[in-house]
Ligand binder design. Sequence first.
Ligand SMILES: [Zn+2]
Length: 112
Amino acid sequence: MLLIHCPYCEEERPELEFRNAGEAHLVRPADMASMSDEEFEGYFFIRSNPKGLAYERWRHIHGCGRFFNAVRDTVSDKFVTTYKAGEPKPSLKEAANANKAARKSATGKAGA
Ligand SMILES: [Zn+2]
């Protein structure tokens, strides 16, 4: 079972306690009334959906109930890091390096 670290509860919990809430760090436009249909479509419907590391919003729905953000590898389904809502997002380069280090230690190649 996949374990996800909740940054509020400060512990890893089973994935069944969590729900994905879409892409993270989307900024609501200040003046939506003046947006063109294309601009509104881009804000409301179009998501980046990258292959690899992605910023996502998650909710610990069967725990503390709070929203938080995560960097997850969409290929391996592994969570690289989680952090509280409102905290600055880590750079994908740093997250990728942390992910590589975690993979190496998981396969026993750390320090080789
Ligand atoms: Zn929690």
